[in-house]
Design a protein around this ligand. Sequence first.
Ligand code: NAP
Length: 553
Amino acid sequence: MTGNVKDSSIDFDAVIIGAGFSGLYMLHILREAGFTSRVFEAGENVGGVWYWNRYPGLRCDSESIYFNYTFSEKLYKGWTWSSRYPEQPEILSYLNYVADTLDLRKDITFNTWVESAHYDEENNKWVIKTKEGECVTARLFITGVGCLSAANIPTIKGIESYDGEIYHTSRWPHKQIDFKGKRVGVIGTGSSGIQVIPIIAQESKHLTVFQRTPQYTLPANNHLLDPEYLQNIMDNFENFRNEVRHKTNGGFITKPLNRSALEDTPEQRERIYENYWNKGGPHFLSGSYNDLSTNPEANETAAEFVKNKILEIVKDHKIAEKLIPTFPIGAKRIVIDTGYYETYNRVNVSLIDTKKEQIIEITPKGVSTTEREYEIDVLVLATGYDAMTGPLLKIDIRGKSDISLKEKWDGGANLKTYLGLANSGFPNMFTITGPQSPSVLGTVPIFIEQHVEWIAECINFLRENEIVEIEATKEAEEVWSKHAHEVASKFFYAEHDSWYTGANIEGKPKGILVYRGGFQLYRKKCDEVVNNGYEGFQLTYRKNLSNNNSLIH
Ligand code: NAP
């Protein structure tokens, strides 16, 4: 490993947490503009979520041609994706390619966990302390901690007594796990479970899947990318970039049909759904009828189509019935898979519906349910994440008057942010893909670029105008949070339990964690804030301060 900075400077213009997609670009753009920056990263190399999350079968559910930076044509053209949906090792290689090409490692401290960031009101600086004993100060504090990075470890009775191997999908060991000849149990059937299950089924002696809620999953129809198709993108890069950034939901090019599912006959609908099912990926929902996420009757037609597919693919009717979801399609994040339903036709796979046959405890030998004990050699927890707010609340972040972010948000019950980017009481702090921004509702790197570029422009504005402090006002936060709730309330996901609303975490208050107004509307709102002189922010000019505090360098 190269990098791992520990130089003598302890005061920076900006401190950034995380060396994933967010932190790498933030570091690069600030460095290019002449700001001094330091990134702290818990992992021993770059990658963020894609460094930690490396279970077999992991692929992104965004298409690879959009799942990268677009800010530099040269950087874009220097990389070639192999397949339609990128697999984790390839994404990690891509981020290493970026770090190498832009020479980013020299400003990153690896293997370092930021424990606290406290705002020093007297000096208008953030004081950042790490678990490893470092203490630095910075005018600006920027989080790039990811939306899905804090693992949800289930508190099942007896889990600590288990004698076998146990792994959480999001903290997979950096070595190959040998499932050959072993009895494996998987708890959880979200995106992670649905991706890892077919692979483990092929390798293990027996696989027992503990499913609490069946999910809708659509075939990925992954395939190698045609070099001609890629060349065409490279040849028309400017158009491509403009389209992705300014005309789509961050890479979700497929626009829905201009009509309700209820306007078509059942036969027409069947043809449309079959077509999108075969195309693969999430386009089935986002690219077909325009009211599937809002109109229950329309939604039912799509849900019915998928239910029939399950009954068709899974040979054993009783197993198929267990796999059929009972909530509207899209109310939880849609999953895409390769051979998931087919896996249940294998003789070495069993499916336990834990709503009927509940898990009582984990024993030293395996999993004990209301029916029996399942002896398990390797237990895989595919139980997801404390999403969006979780990674931020793991750090002791304190703003003005020593109030913590946890207190301000009342643990999430009173979640209010400004644009998902800033918080009142927390001056000079920015949260890349923070709660109440579009974050995960599109192609994340494209959303990250928009946030990073907005923050960089703001920081330039502070420097040019001798502003030492920028802070979201309470009023602006109120208006934004109300708007975020209003736009979300039209969609099913707002009222159903999932990580989108925090309902997957025991004791976590339920609320709207993502902005559902669409990326283009969001971008427009962020741009308006800038065009109106950072409307909704309170700006403190150096000339108005008695202590003449120094500026950003
Ligand atoms: P998830 O969608 O939250 O799924 C977690 C699963 O674990 C659910 O089936 C959940 O059941 C179950 N579970 C949680 N706690 C449990 C407990 N105590 N006992 C029994 N079952 C329990 O998490 P995920 O699969 O890791 O996916 C999270 C998100 O990460 C995805 O939606 C996606 O955005 C992203 N992701 C993407 C990819 C990809 O790009 N292809 C891959 C992996 C992850 P309930 O539904 O009943 O709560």
